[in-house]
Design a protein around this ligand. Structure first.
Ligand code: MN
Ligand code: MN
Length: 474
């Protein structure tokens, strides 16, 4: 090698992340904007885990995926290229494209979550106070409570009535729909409130949703406004107050995802943690025709409350579906083959991360923070207080991913969540790592993660699809 000096030496030895907008050509730029139109649609159609699961299944079926129940029932023998999906209680979904290699050799898995922070209605939510009817809520996931007041809100959910009939309810998303609202104090009377900390200024029990104010027309009756609300709900949906006990209602910000910035470079919308990774991994797997290894896209629920419960990553659902696939594809079923299929797999745990925010530089390490627009983020470790609770991926595995991204012109960056000891968080990575799989966190960074309106860069969405496709093809 010739001896380099000065600027050339510096260029050859030092390294900086690239801004993806500066890397792509005009043709790719067109694709960036095009794909993000689809992304916004996906966000609008899936504002709860149930809606997202339904939308994923709809799109999967449209693209030739068949339910595993159908495959088992009709004794279909899956072969390389067969596209299969499994639905876990309408709240989580897994898609498979069977590879040329046997399952035993392992799968290429991308795992995202489709639940997002929100306000759930309590099981006995409706009450009346001084002529106003309200709904009591219990927040779900990491919510900064003060962000949820004085916003137009929508009600999404499902009710199982006493006959066992499932009724879907969405109010507040159509232009003509009414919306709901949580009040806040006017500044003139907020002296005491403003003296509190931001964690205490708005309380969980204070997040009561305003739902109506017209009294039922009968002087004999108490709680007339509440009765009028129940009457409307009964006329529209056939439900009674008791039916709330068997309902799952989620209060989410009303309205659609939108372009942000005069250059339309960003997408703003609710629930992008982690539907941005759900969408991008879905797009990647839809394009798979005949991968070498079986490609898997996992869309799980309950990540925001610690991956607990039977629709979460901690549930055995995924392992059971893989067992079914082994049973369908092997001459003789063996648990050892399932274990090999799991432990030989490699995973991208696809989740969001906080992008560098110029308004809050004090909590971020500029050298190790991900940046909006600098591509897909690889996160070696998450956790808190000395990487506690983190998967901390092996360098050998990260090296493989790095090489693959570079060879496929994927703009990527490495990032970690905030300064050391500033806080922290976790993902589903450690759960899959328990099987012996190679796992690394790899997703899209956002501004204002967990806020009612989060921001993603359109070029990062595009790079995520590109990166996930490369991973599936490896
Ligand atoms: Mn997440
Ligand atoms: Mn989250």
């Amino acid at each position: 090698m010739e001896k380099l000096e000065g600027k050339e030496l510096q260029d050859s030895l030092t390294f900086n992340w690239k801004n993806a907008w500066e890397v792509i050509d005009e043709n790719e730029k067109g694709k960036v904007f095009q794909i993000n139109e689809e992304y916004k649609e996906f966000l609008n159609k899936g504002k709860t885990e149930r809606e997202a699961a339904r939308e994923i299944i709809r799109i999967a079926e449209e693209n030739g995926f068949v339910s595993i129940d159908e495959i088992i029932k009709n004794k279909i023998k899956p072969t390389a290229g067969t596209k299969i999906y499994a639905n876990n209680k309408d709240k989580s979904v897994v898609l498979f494209v069977l590879g040329q290699e046997k399952l035993e050799k392992g799968m290429n898995i991308i795992g995202s979550h489709i639940d997002s922070p929100r306000l759930d209605l309590k099981q006995f939510p409706l009450y009346e106070e001084e002529g106003l009817a309200l709904l009591k809520t219990h927040y779900y996931g990491g919510v900064k409570k003060y962000q949820w007041v004085t916003l137009p809100l929508a009600l999404h959910g499902v009710v199982i009535n006493k006959e066992g009939k499932k009724i879907d309810v969405v109010i507040g998303e159509d232009e003509d729909d009414p919306v709901f609202f949580i009040t806040d104090l006017l500044p003139h009377l907020a002296k005491d409130q403003m003296a509190k900390t931001m964690a205490e200024g708005i309380t969980g029990e204070g997040l009561n949703v305003l739902i109506g104010s017209i009294p039922y027309n009968d002087k004999e009756i108490k709680e007339k406004v509440k009765l009028n609300i129940l009457k409307i709900l009964n006329e529209k949906y056939g439900i009674t107050e008791e039916d709330f006990t068997t309902a799952e209602f989620e209060v989410v910000p009303a309205g659609k995802a939108r372009d942000v910035g005069i250059d339309r470079s960003m997408v703003g919308g609710y629930g992008q943690d982690d539907r941005v990774c759900a969408f991008t991994s879905l797009k990647a797997i839809l394009d798979m025709e005949l991968p070498k290894k079986t490609a898997v896209a996992l869309f799980v629920d309950k990540e925001e409350i610690g991956s607990v419960g039977n629709t979460s990553m901690e549930s055995k659902f995924f392992e059971i579906v893989v067992s079914e696939l082994v049973n369908l594809t092997e001459e003789n079923y063996s648990e050892l083959v399932v274990k090999r299929a799991m432990s030989n797999s490699q995973v991208l745990s696809a989740d969001t991360l906080a992008a560098f925010d110029p308004n809050y530089p004090e909590v971020l390490d500029k050298k190790n923070s991900p940046y909006l627009g600098k591509g897909l983020v690889i996160v070696k470790y998450t956790g808190s207080r000395g990487k506690s609770g983190s998967n901390d991926a092996n360098s050998e595995y990260i090296a493989k991913i790095r090489k693959m991204f570079n060879e496929n012109n994927v703009v990527w960056q490495m990032g970690e969540l905030g300064k050391v000891d500033q806080g922290g968080g976790g993902t589903i990575a450690y759960i899959l790592a328990n099987y012996g799989m190679d796992v690394v966190d790899c997703g899209v960074s956002l501004l204002s993660v967990h806020a009612p309106f989060e921001i993603a860069s359109k070029v990062d969405v595009y790079m995520a699809i590109k990166g996930y496709k490369a991973f599936y093809m490896a």
